[in-house]
Design a binder for this molecule. Structure first.
Ligand code: AMP
Ligand code: MG
Length: 327
């Protein structure tokens, strides 16, 4: 099932990781703009979306792509330097991105402006954790296929993630296909391994991950919950869907995201959770919202029917949900 989608998806994410690594090393002020919601976006977000959408569209012209970015801001005269920088980057990398260089970058970005539907579509966050990317820290290239309202396949490229010195400066790609397990590819050695969550550690050995950005959750309440669970170490703060990969590969047991009281109306976006959630589920973990409900990917571009996120192991889930409901 979805063998070709997985093959092409992995190829696309790998190319986008090559782009984002190069751009992150040489970022300048003219490589970034602020979107109308005031969140930052960089030439890496745009180039990654353009390259992934071009590759997917070539192989699967009938599958819509619901991507985070669009070209509206890039078309504004005040952002012409950013557009020039993208075009120059692709020109310099012409050997690798030949097809893209010849295409209109704005059109390629907007191939990702498809609409969610009840049949099949891709969802893409070309650079999840742009703020982490700008700090030189963690981010993920996250792609998922949604079939009949459920995540069928997820790929999360994590170029800056190194676990115990295994991946050098290349990072990992995590991926999963429904009912086929979860895997991690070491981008340095190109070795693929099956991954699984841990379900046997005692409390003192438990590890807890949460967002780096305090605006993206109720970090104080999350720390309180970690204390109530009496786990050994305080939460580790990391950007992006890297957190799901860490739980799926047995390097943490809890990823909790409680809505920030300062943005109570914020709805989680499907592209921020689709790839990560299937990777944890197929690794044997459980992903729900903080009320224990399954994540509902059938309601458009947000997780309208859910509140927050809890990704953990089956052994821990009930106790954490109870502590949350009493907090
Ligand atoms: P993380 O690094 O796990 O916090 O995830 C980054 C993602 O958080 C970004 O891609 C944003 O879409 C998302 N985000 C932005 N604002 C909020 C908010 N107020 N609450 C929760 N998530 C947010
Ligand atoms: Mg994101």
């Amino acid at each position: 099932m979805f063998e070709n989608e997985l093959k092409v998806g992995l190829e696309a994410v790998d190319k986008a990781m090559i782009i984002s690594r190069k751009i992150q090393k040489a970022l300048t002020a003219g490589d970034k703009l602020d979107k109308s919601d005031r969140s930052p976006v960089t030439i890496a977000d745009f180039a990654s979306q353009a390259v992934i959408c071009s590759i997917l569209n070539n192989s699967f012209p009938d599958i819509p792509i619901v991507g985070e970015e669009d070209s509206t801001d890039l078309k504004k005269p005040e952002n012409s330097e950013v557009l020039n920088n993208i075009n120059n980057f692709l020109k310099n990398e012409k050997d690798m991105f030949g097809i893209l260089y010849e295409q209109d970058i704005l059109k390629s970005i907007d191939l990702g402006n498809g609409k969610p539907n009840n049949n099949i579509f891709w969802t893409l966050d070309p650079i999840d954790g742009t703020k982490g990317f700008l700090r030189g820290e963690q981010y993920a290239v996250a792609l998922a296929l949604i079939k009949n309202g459920k995540v069928a396949l997820g790929i999360s490229g994590c170029p800056n993630l190194d676990i115990e010195g295994e991946a050098g400066n290349e990072g990992f790609i995590f991926y999963a296909v429904r009912n086929r397990g979860s895997y991690k590819i070491n981008c340095q050695t190109e070795k693929t391994e099956v991954i699984a969550v841990t379900d046997h550690l005692d409390k003192s050995q438990m590890r807890f991950v949460q967002s780096y950005e305090s605006g993206h959750g109720d970090l104080e309440l999350q720390i309180e919950i970690a204390e109530k669970l009496e786990i050994g170490e305080p939460p580790v703060q990391l950007d992006s869907q890297v957190k799901y990969g860490i739980v799926a590969s047995g390097n943490a047991e809890i990823y909790l995201r409680i809505p920030n009281p300062k943005s109570p109306d914020y709805k989680e976006k499907i592209w921020d959770h689709a790839a990560g959630s299937i990777i944890v589920e197929e690794a044997g973990g459980i992903v729900t919202d903080i009320k224990g409900r399954s994540l509902d990917f059938s309601l458009g571009s947000t997780l309208e029917g859910n509140t927050g996120i809890l990704a953990t192991t089956s052994g821990l889930q009930k106790e954490i949900l109870e502590i949350i409901s009493n907090s």
